[in-house]
Design a protein around this ligand. Structure first.
Ligand code: KMH
Ligand code: ZN
Length: 273
C-alpha cells in the first residue's frame, strides 16, 4: 500500500477557544499549531486563518503572513488554503488565498446544511469558476465532498474539463453523510480509478474514520477544524497530539507515513524548487 498522507486541519473557521483553548487565532499560534502537526507527521496543513480575536477571514495578506510563518517553521510542508472560508462569505472573499499560488487549495463541490440556519453555498457557477481559476494558476484542488452527490458532481465537472485528473478527494464524514464504513466504502468506490482520497471524520468519528482509511488505502485528515478531543471528554493539547494518534494507528496497522515530498509524488504535485 502507498504511504499514508496525513493532513492536519489546524484551525477551521467555526471552532473556537471556548471549544478548546489551544485553537489558534494569531499568526504565532497558527505557526505553533502547524509546527506541532508537521513534527508529528503531517505533510499537508489545511489552512483557514483568523484575525487575532478569532474572527475567520480569507484576507490575502493575513494568509500571506500565516503561510510565511508556517514555511519558517515547517519548510517543506504542503500548505493547502481553504477556499471554503466561513459560511456567508462571498466568492471573491473566499478565493483570495489562491492569489498566493499555493500548491493546493480546497474546492467544495456542492451546497449543504451547516447546522442551525447555516447553508454553505457552492453553486455550479461557483465551483466551475473556482476550478477554472485554480487550474489556470497550477493549483491542485482537494475536492471537498460532504455527500455522494458532491463526488458525482466533481466527476461530471472533470468530464466537462473543469477539474483535471488525477483528482484528489477529501470525504468529510459526519456533517451531512454519516460516518460509517458503509458510507466510506460506497463513496471511495464511486470515484474514478487513479484518484486519491482522504477521510475526515468529524467529532467522535475522527479516529474511527482514520483507522478505516488507513486499512482501506486512503489517506487521513485530522485537526481542530474537525475535532478538538484526543479521547472521549479529553481536550487535545495540540493538533500535533491528534496527528501522533494517527501515526500510532498507522504503525499498528502497518502503514508507513509519507513525508511531504512523498506526498507530493503521490498527489502528482510538482517537485519543490
Ligand atoms: N468552513 C466551511 C464553511 C473548506 O475548507 O474548503 C467550509 C470548509 C471547507 O471548511
Ligand atoms: Zn476547511
Amino acid at each position: 500500500m502507498e504511504k499514508l498522507i496525513i493532513t492536519c486541519a489546524i484551525c477551521g473557521a467555526e471552532v473556537t477557544k471556548e471549544n478548546n483553548p489551544n485553537v489558534p487565532y494569531t499568526i504565532e499560534e497558527i505557526g505553533r499549531e502547524a509546527e506541532s502537526a508537521y513534527k508529528a507527521g503531517a505533510s499537508i496543513i489545511h489552512l483557514h486563518v483568523r484575525w487575532d480575536d478569532g474572527t475567520p477571514t480569507q484576507d490575502k495578506e493575513r494568509f500571506r503572513l500565516c503561510m510565511e510563518e508556517i514555511r519558517r517553521r515547517c519548510p517543506d510542508a504542503i500548505i493547502q488554503p481553504s477556499t471554503g472560508g466561513a459560511v456567508g462569505m462571498t466568492d471573491e472573499e473566499r478565493l483570495q488565498p489562491v492569489e498566493l499560488l499555493p500548491e493546493m487549495a480546497t474546492l467544495d463541490c456542492g451546497t449543504l446544511n451547516f447546522g442551525g440556519n447555516e447553508i454553505f453555498v457552492n453553486t455550479e457557477t461557483t465551483i466551475k469558476n473556482f476550478a477554472k481559476v485554480m487550474n489556470e494558476k497550477g493549483i491542485k484542488p482537494e475536492i471537498e465532498v460532504f455527500d455522494k452527490g458532491m463526488a458525482d458532481l466533481a466527476v461530471k465537472y472533470h468530464k466537462q474539463g473543469y477539474i483535471q485528473a488525477p483528482m484528489h478527494f477529501d470525504f468529510v464524514l459526519g456533517v451531512q453523510m454519516n460516518a460509517t464504513l458503509r458510507d466510506l466504502s460506497y463513496i471511495s468506490e464511486s470515484i474514478p480509478a487513479g484518484s486519491t482520497w482522504t477521510a475526515a471524520g468529524i467529532g467522535k468519528h475522527e479516529f474511527t474514520m482514520a483507522a478505516a482509511a488507513i486499512v482501506m488505502g486512503g489517506h487521513v485528515r485530522v485537526g481542530f477544524e474537525d475535532n478538538v478531543f484526543i479521547s472521549k471528554g479529553k481536550i487535545a493539547k495540540s493538533n500535533g497530539e491528534l496527528v501522533e494518534k494517527v501515526v500510532k494507528l498507522a504503525e499498528e496497522l502497518g502503514r508507513e507515513i509519507a513525508t511531504p515530498d512523498e506526498a507530493r509524488a503521490i498527489l502528482g504535485l510538482k517537485e519543490r524548487k
